[in-house]
Ligand binder design. Sequence first.
Ligand SMILES: [Zn+2]
Ligand SMILES: [Zn+2]
Length: 677
Amino acid sequence: MKQESDSNAVMSNGTSKESSSPSGQAKGRPAAGTLIVCPTSVLRQWAEELHNKVTSKANLSVLVYHGSNRTKDPHEIAKYDVVLTTYSIVSMEVPKQPCVDRDDDEKGKLAGDDALSMDFPLSKKRKCPPSSNKKGLKHKKKVDESLLDSASRPLAKVAWFRVVLDEAQSIKNHRTQVARACWGLRAKRRWCLSGTPIQNAIDDLYSYFRFLKYEPFSAYKTFCSLIKFPITKNPAKGYPKLQAILQTMMLRRTKGTLLDGKPIINLPPKVIEMKRVEFTKEERDFYSRLESDSRAQFKEYANAGTVKQNYVNILLMLLRLRQACDHPLLVSGFDTNSLWKSSIETAKKLPKEKITFLLSCLASLALCGICNDPPEDAVVTVCGHVFCNQCISQHLSGDDNQCPAANNCKVRISASSVFSSAALTSTLSGQPIQESSPDCPDSQGDEVLGPRFEDGCQGSSKIKAALEVLKSLAKPQDHRLKSSGCPEGSSDVHSGDTPNCSPDEKNMVTGESLNDSSKVLGEKAIVFSQWTRMLDLFEVGLKSSSIQYRRLDGTMSVAARDKAVKDFKTLPEVSVMIMSLKAASLGLNMVEACHVLLLDLWWNPTTEDQAVDRAHRIGQTRQVTVSRLTVKDTVEDRILALQQKKREMVASAFGEDETGDRQTRLTVEDLEYLFMA
Ligand SMILES: [Zn+2]
Ligand SMILES: [Zn+2]
């Protein structure tokens, strides 16, 4: 039904111990059907797919359990074959299981050292746990049940036959409210469904084991001693052990999987085209200056042996080089004053010292706690952790309201406890924040960039090249005419399928017919960038080219995102979706598009693959063309090579040449390579 990334995994408990005891139906808890828990962004999609894919003969009754007027009656819920709901609702309705630390202390005391012994035979342990342990579990169960009966709402008041967690990576952090709530759901059968079961670390797996009640790994200490520590100590020995465990409980399907000798799914081909863009002379001058400065700086660090100590500084230099390939204006930045108005009132109530402290956090060289890159539009949480505006917005719009900083901060945060530098400064000075125009952002860096880039609305070479690709899709029938109108040998874009002429000249040729042809419907495309400000700049180009588009990024509300996706899928005149790379991994299905444009490169190719898979997935009937736009003779060449290396890396829990790992940490060798002349 769904296809994630290049592969999909179902982890299941087979049958849990609850099925052998009548406790599931005890105390008049009504027996219910299947509960499917998914992110809000794919709830509608699940309902549609169930409607379209399940034959009417099956007579399947489906309830979408969502919204404030949802039923409060558990008996009503129990009437349906399938109930669809979201992680946020489970988080609200189901009493949280205790955090692992507390839980394990308790279990550790009762079970003694047996549970920690590494060579204790697994099968024996599962079938006949030490009696003291059994007692401990029973005792705990009683506590949970009384909790359930008093505080819980309908989802927790029924005994499910089956619970399916879709995009199960939503519970990968076992410390979150949402994970602990999901563990508390009562069911005979449990499934985890995920295209990326491991995103950051082996630790991600623990929460699944806990939800699946897959003993003995559902106890954190046992998980660590039998799985996590062996891998840390000796990956060559630890990974095969994990593979052996996963094989007993996991069904893994990749796009290449064969069933009875035939491919399990038949996807149309995906063609990747490299579009090599050339800078204008001004852009090249700007880039070269930036590059020679950062090379000199890197050399200094390298000679002093302080590359590691200056990691953040170096990433920042790389960021500027990468951004310069997209648009010189990204390097200097422009006003983002309108951010986080909701927190200004909170800021006013903070003591002066706190505000000064938060400002110093923003001024320090900190990487975003979510994407590990230097933050775009840096904001700081009330606990002093720095993030990209987009990364933290996306996090808060999800099912988790704890600070995601890497040091297990876990402070509860909301939109009113995240501050931009402008909000804090204006609170200190008492001056109101000035609005900036969203359509045509002004440059703050005129003095740095000089007069050449004063006009923020001037498209860069890369933007122009991308617009050319989009225009060729919108008007396929006069494609030939246009290319014949271009003089030879003046090319900015070298590629097999685009007309061999510079964007400027082509604009002149087609300028007059623009209004007539703008209503012609062509193929749809998704355009990705990792920077919201690049999307801002690209919007300007789309508007002036009369291309109708929608936008999707992590700073938008869930409702606004749903609307954008729906418009793109259903309105024929909306031909382009511009989308943040960081908002792409949400299980979104956008097979209406058969072209994908990647405006910039991300360190880890997995993220890019996930983005492309919005269009290249089950349901796609046409060939998908991916255009990767890079600028000649820049750092982008070397990032491409680095990505290739990562793709080839053979080290994973799955014994395949793909890790599903989003880690972006670069080694010293990587950095040396990226700065080499
Ligand atoms: Zn970030
Ligand atoms: Zn924090």
